[in-house]
Ligand binder design. Sequence first.
Ligand SMILES: [Zn+2]
Length: 235
Amino acid sequence: MNDTLTRLLALAEADASLRALDGRLADLDREERHLNDRLSAEDEGFKRRQDGSRALRLSALAKSGEVDDTDAKIRGYQHKLDHDIIPYKEMEHLREQVTFLRGRLDGLADEALQLMADADADEEKLKTETEEHAARRARLEGELAAVARRRAETLVEREDLRAKREELFQQVPSHLRGTYERLLAGGGSPVVPVMGGVCGGCHLRLVETTVEKVKADREAVTCEHCSRFLYLRPA
Ligand SMILES: [Zn+2]
């Protein structure tokens, strides 16, 4: 293979590697976004769980308060009945109230005890879930750190490759550089093999003289259809 073609091919390989590295960086960005989404979902889920536990405790406390209030009311009414001189009608009313509230008190006290027991059990369960949440969080943070490390390594690799690519580019004869850059910007490889008389880039049949020139290997030959540089793929 002639020198010019060897250089063009080395440059095209470096550019292909650069594209692969850009692809890897895009993959890492996607992975990082995905991990951050999972981390947010994890935190939100756990916060909802904590809120639920807190709400249960508050309703248990409220129920206990209701028990205390009812008890205090009964005592108050009873005190009035035992010590005050009150009209008969009011006395009747207070007695009814005391009977009614006493009837409610047992049920309320049972509910309050049950709610307290539920809240205690839930808090105990939450302790384990807190540890599990912390473990899942740590795992996600670890994965994020690994992504950040891989990105840093890839960026260094890309920086090195860009420098090497620049060197290779300077080694290509200056009158071919513009064509090369245009082809590169168009996507795909600017340097392609000829296979069975067909251009490996646009897959169109090449005229005989072009194939002959590629075989002669004395200069950089381009496809008459797509302008890509051609080389002969060793059979
Ligand atoms: Zn072509």
